[in-house]
Design a protein around this ligand. Structure first.
Ligand code: GDP
Length: 318
């Protein structure tokens, strides 16, 4: 049984973010009516969210809105990562039920899994061990989102599903060096070092942790695939299928950007989880695999970074 998006009113919560904007782009070929909320709607405020749903009555909700950030931002702003995300999820999921939304897709993150989960990490590793402390606040909020979808499915019969993407990158990412994830940080550092003819760039931690990176356009495609074909209690991993060490990633980014200097390590910064490669075999069995290879994805993301920097007149406003 497939769920058709054609002619449906699809609300993308978080359409200004990297993930939400990729989902909006991908939905354009589905014949759906895409709905977004403007900045006057604060998703942390129940009244705002209820009011918006009552007025707009979507058929489908894609919940891609979240307070997100890299390893340092998570560690520095734990209250915001927990509170904002809990409120957004609870408000959007409950308002979707009240407005009789037919289908909802909630987006989580691979950081929901235990720090020392067996690799590759299968969906059923959830809640089998302690979390990675640098992002446990965000992880707890995302686990609550999965549980909300499951509870609404169980108690109210709502067709609410969850997808857990691995580390994402692509156009529209946050390139602020303090709050970003590693990929945009490395692209920016290599670019600025090349322009300044610097001898080296500095990466955080030991460089030995391994991460799996998926281009956000692949994620958006997987989301549409899940909306159309999946209806079930269990969340679904969305990964790339292989991982690289941070130092391997640095080499790849430097090659793409054209920076040939040295790599220094800042051991005062955290490494985080040693490894989080996901087992995405359930999604593969549903007929979906990624298409954008890592080098090609970094090259495309760097081109977008240069475009945005050119338009803004400086890399600081990318
Ligand atoms: P994580 O996947 O939740 O740990 O989030 P990040 O993408 O922020 O970090 C991934 C890994 O990259 C961690 O081991 C970081 O220490 C490492 N890393 C190296 N250099 C940087 C950097 O400049 N920024 C960020 N955010 N991480 C970096």
């Amino acid at each position: 049984m497939t769920f058709s998006l054609t002619g449906k009113r699809v609300y993308v919560a978080g359409h200004r973010g990297m993930v939400g904007s990729a989902i909006v782009r991908r939905l354009q070929s589905e014949g759906s009516e895409i709905l977004t909320a403007d900045r006057s709607v604060d998703l942390r405020e129940q009244q705002d969210v209820r009011g918006w749903f009552e007025q707009n009555r979507p058929d489908v909700t894609v919940l891609a809105a979240a307070k997100v950030g890299g390893i340092l931002a998570n560690d520095r702003y734990p209250a915001e990562f927990l509170y904002d995300n809990l409120m957004i999820e609870a408000n959007v999921i409950e308002a979707s039920r009240q407005a009789q939304v037919e289908k909802l897709l909630f987006l989580g993150s691979s950081c929901i899994y235990p720090k020392f989960a067996d690799q590759p990490i299968a969906e059923d590793s959830l809640l089998t061990g302690p979390l990675e402390p640098t992002n446990e606040w965000y992880a707890i909020a995302k686990i609550a989102g999965i549980k909300l979808c499951q509870a609404y499915r169980h108690q109210y019969g709502c067709d609410y599903i969850s997808a857990m993407p691995t580390n994402l990158y692509g156009p529209g990412d946050n390139f602020d060096l303090q709050s970003s994830h590693v990929m945009p940080a490395l692209i920016r550092k290599a670019h600025e070092a090349k322009l300044a003819s610097s001898e080296s760039i500095t990466v955080w931690g030991t460089g030995s942790p391994k991460r799996e990176f998926l281009h956000v356009d692949d994620l958006a495609d997987a989301c549409i695939h899940l909306l159309k074909t999946y209806s079930g209690h269990q969340h679904v991993n969305v990964g790339y299928g292989s991982d690289v060490s941070i130092l391997e990633l640095v080499e790849l980014v430097n090659e793409v950007v054209g920076f040939e200097g040295q790599v220094e390590k800042d051991f005062s910064k955290p490494d985080g989880t040693p490894r989080k490669l996901m087992d995405s075999s359930r999604l593969a069995a549903m007929g979906w695999t990624p298409r954008i290879d890592l080098r090609q994805g970094i090259t495309q993301t760097y081109a977008h970074f240069l475009d945005a920097a050119g338009q803004a007149g400086s890399t600081s406003s990318v």
